[in-house]
Structure formats: C-alpha cells, structure tokens
Write a protein that binds this ligand. Structure first.
Ligand SMILES: [Zn+2]
Length: 326
C-alpha cells in the first residue's frame, strides 16, 4: 500500500494554477500543478465508518475506471484494465492483454463487471476471467467479446435487460449488484467515441476501434450495509438513476468537461457522501509507474466544482493501486 503518510485531512487542498502541467510528486502524496499544490488524496481510513472494524469493504483503484472491491474473501472487479497499452500500440496494432500485469495486479476475482466495452474498460476482462475463473457481468457486447475469447457460456451474464424493465440485479457472495442503464460522455468532438456494439468478434484480438462502446451501466453495489456507485463514464441519466446518497461514488473524470454541468448534476441527482475520482490518469503509461494526471482532465476544476456543489461530500483520489476502506 503506497498511501501517503501525512495526517492532515486529505480532501482539503490549495487553489491551483490551471495553466501549469499536472504532476504527482515522486512520493505519490500529492498532485502538483506547477508551483501550486493540491492534495486531495484520501488516506485509507478517511472514508471508513467509525466503530465498525472488521466489517469494512476494501476499495482499491486499478487505474482508469478500474476498481477491486473486496469483502470477506469475495473480490469483484470493475472495468479492470492493467495492460495500459502505449498510444503507439493503440494506434498501430491489435491489442493484446499483458499477461504479466494481469497476473501481478488482478490475481483473483470472483466476478468482473464491465461498465461498457471500450478497450480501456474491456480489453483485459476475458484474460482476467480465464485466469481467475470469474463470472462476467456486462452488456451484450461484453458477452460477445468474452464468448469470442473462449470463455464458457455459463460464466457470461448479459445484464442489459429489456427496455423499460427494472434494472437487472445479480448477487456475488455478499455483494448485490444492480445494473442501471447509463450513458457515455460525448468526449470526442461532441460524440461518443467508437459507438455501437461489438457484434462480430471473429477477429479477436481487436484493434482499439473494434472495442465498440455497447450498452453503458451505472452499477449500484450494496455490501455490508454500504452503498457504492460505479460510474465508468463521466455521464449519467439523472431522471432514472434512482441511487441517492451512496456512501461512495466511484466517478470517472475522463470526458467530464463534455458533459454539461456534470458536477452539479451529480450533486443533485446522487448527493454522494464521498467521491473517489477515477480515469484521470494517463492510461498509456505502465501500471508499474506512478499515475500521471492528464492535464486535459482538469482534475482540479472537477474537485472544486464537486466540492462546491456538494459541500458535505469528501472528494479525492488515491494513488495508483492504492485504496480506501469503506
Ligand atoms: Zn469509454
């Protein structure tokens, strides 16, 4: 665990100079923009409910929108992507999972949830499922992808449901998962990148553009009396989401500036008690190096606006492969 060791409340931060580039200090304790510093890093106990030792849920960030949630021996992964192929490889080659990174960083999983099927959410899923024996929950595109990769049908779960029906619910050990229809940020010149479905997987491995978005889910997780919400893209369907005051929102930062008033809508529609930001990192960089914020994410603005819109919520990040107890 490489969480910072300072004791100051980590969600308090200083103003930033948005003109300067964002860097994380070598010790991983704070994000620095030029000469300005802000340190919205959660310490691992910052979000833990008081007086409930031994029944805490472990939330570990795997980079991008990837998380591992662990409770009493059961592990559920969300959008795990540890291969982090270089930009050159993404442009020029078919994408192949990094078996060594997968073995090192996602050695066990009882279930894998795929929020949508862009490559930075879905590329590693079949390989992790093959390694761990995990069940896979996702869209028809996710099922198609996993089927083409040779996973047995019995472990593949299409959770799209029929239009207008209640969200599909699944149980994985102590976890209850509810798959709310959601939306993807229109981050590519006002459009969803690589839209449509993965309908034909005869040519696995695919190139990056073959990983079509498919259906998008906001995943409500109930475990040990806590509610956690995973938003793997920086967009939501406010009117129908129906998840209020979760203990923790796992919120994707990538593309948030393309989603009108996202921080304020999150505050109104969800009112989370805490927000752990994801997908702000340069995911063309190896998982074995510290996370580097992409300046285009404007992380400091997102933190400020979420904090202003939702004053009671703690808003922060964790180091790559770091985590919090909830
Ligand atoms: Zn995406």
């Amino acid at each position: 665990m490489n969480a910072p060791s300072t004791s100051a409340p980590s969600w308090k931060f200083e103003p930033l100079d948005p003109r300067s580039a964002a860097m994380i200090d070598p010790d991983g304790s704070q994000v620095r923009y030029g000469s300005s510093v802000f340190a919205p890093f959660f310490h691992e106990d910052d979000l833990a409910a008081p007086g409930v030792d031994r029944v805490r849920v472990r939330v570990r960030w795997l980079g991008t929108a990837g998380f591992a949630l662990e409770f009493q021996g059961t592990t559920v992964l969300f959008d795990p992507y540890v291969t982090r192929a270089s930009l050159l490889r993404c442009i020029t080659s078919r994408l192949v999972p990094d078996a060594a990174a997968i073995a090192a960083h996602t050695p066990r999983a009882d279930a894998i949830v795929v929020g949508h099927t862009h490559f930075d959410h879905a590329l590693d899923v079949p390989a992790i499922a093959a390694l761990t024996g995990a069940q896979v929950y996702g869209s028809r595109s996710a099922v198609t992808l996993c089927r083409a990769s040779g996973l047995p049908e019995a472990r593949l779960h299409d959770v799209e449901g029929s239009p207008g029906s209640d969200p599909v619910v699944a149980e994985v050990g102590p976890f209850e998962l509810r798959f709310h229809p959601s939306a993807h940020s229109r981050l590519a010149l006002g459009r969803v990148p690589f839209p449509g479905e993965i309908a034909d997987c005869d040519h696995v491995p695919l190139r990056a553009e073959g990983y079509r978005c498919g259906a998008v889910f906001a995943v409500e997780i109930r475990v040990a009396g806590r509610t956690i919400l995973h938003l793997g893209s920086a967009e939501l369907i406010d009117a129908t989401l129906g998840v209020r005051e979760p203990d923790l929102l796992l919120l994707c930062a990538a593309g948030w500036t393309s989603s009108r008033d996202l921080p304020e809508r999150v505050a109104r529609a969800i009112t989370p008690r805490a927000v752990l930001l994801s997908h702000w990192d340069d995911f063309f960089r190896s998982i074995d190096k510290p996370a580097r914020p992409l300046p285009a994410m404007k992380l400091h603005h997102l933190v400020e606006r979420l904090g202003r819109a939702n004053r009671d919520a703690k808003v922060g990040i964790v180091p790559l492969l770091g985590g919090v107890w909830v």
